[in-house]
Design a protein around this ligand. Structure first.
Ligand code: COA
Length: 252
């Protein structure tokens, strides 16, 4: 009986062509590898996404909460036709991107989450997933939204995305934007970088294990910084910090 119900609850994924890994050099001189993460490795990502749910800065909280739900849904067979890519520097997790196929010809971008900041790693991850949608999955269009001003600058402005405001995006029902094949081809020479194949030692290091990020975004340490955080009109960050400090004082 329960086995039969699982058959109904579990969506049947379509066969999506795998993502062919690539690598690129960062401004820091380090190499970053972009590669696909399959279902069995998802718990290795979840533990690094969870702490970001508590980082209000730059909308990490809402993005991380949604990414966590998407990854868990994928892991537990409750999300249809999702793919996940990881960006790793020397094995360390530097960014996660994901998306899905809505139907043949139409893709949907879920999220881009940069864990290592300031090196355009998020931008490279986004470019890699657009390349996957257009070149590998053969999508003519990808539906996209931004949850943060940095995201808006990176996707809507840099790629000159087109409005598809009549289509509510799966992320919160907000109006969609679209990357078309033509827009992607125009952006290709400037925004899409990387080489294939990945040299075997680099790829082996990435595939061996997803190592914890050494410098992930964290909540501000002092309450004043928390109140200064953009888009925190209710000062929930301050309240949380106070609770933490009270807990600490209680133990002293
Ligand atoms: C949007 C996002 C993926 C872009 O990643 P990215 O391309 O690697 O870029 P970064 O976030 O590191 O940097 C963005 C800007 O902020 C600056 N910046 C912010 N925090 C920084 C930090 N800790 N160190 C260095 N630079 C920082 C950078 O200089 C950069 O400026 P620029 O746009 O003039 O180049 C990333 O900001 C992110 O994950 N944000 C939180 C989740 C989110 O908003 N996702 C997208 C949803 S639409």
């Amino acid at each position: 009986m329960s086995v039969d119900l699982e058959k109904i609850l579990r969506p049947i994924d379509h066969d999506l062509a795998p993502y062919e890994p690539k690598y690129m050099m960062l401004a820091s001189g380090e190499a970053v590898v972009v590669r696909q993460v399959f279902r069995d490795e998802i718990p290795d990502l979840l533990k690094h996404v969870e702490p970001l749910i508590h980082v209000e800065r730059d909308f990490y909280d809402v993005v991380a909460a949604r990414v966590y739900a998407e990854l868990l849904g994928y892991y537990k067979h409750r999300f249809q036709d999702q793919y996940v890519l990881a960006l790793q520097v020397d094995g360390e997790l530097a960014a996660i991107v994901n998306g899905r196929e809505v139907k043949p010809g139409l893709g949907l971008s879920l999220h881009t989450l940069a864990i290592r900041r300031g090196l355009r790693i998020g931008a490279h991850g986004f470019a890699a997933k657009m390349e996957y949608h257009i070149d590998t999955l053969g999508h003519d269009e990808v539906l996209i939204v931004a949850e943060s001003p940095i995201g808006f600058r990176r996707w809507m402005i840099e790629y000159k995305l087109e409005k598809r405001f009549e289509i509510p995006h799966e992320l919160g029902g907000v109006p969609s934007w679209a990357l078309t094949r033509e827009l992607f081809d125009r952006a290709r020479s400037k925004l899409v970088v990387g080489r294939r194949p990945v040299p075997p030692p680099l790829l082996e290091k990435a595939m061996e294990k997803i190592l914890p990020p050494s410098d992930p975004p964290t909540p501000p340490l002092d309450p004043l910084a928390a109140t200064r955080a953009l888009y925190d009109p209710t000062a929930t960050a301050l309240v949380q910090q106070r609770w933490e400090m009270e807990k600490g004082a209680g133990n002293a």
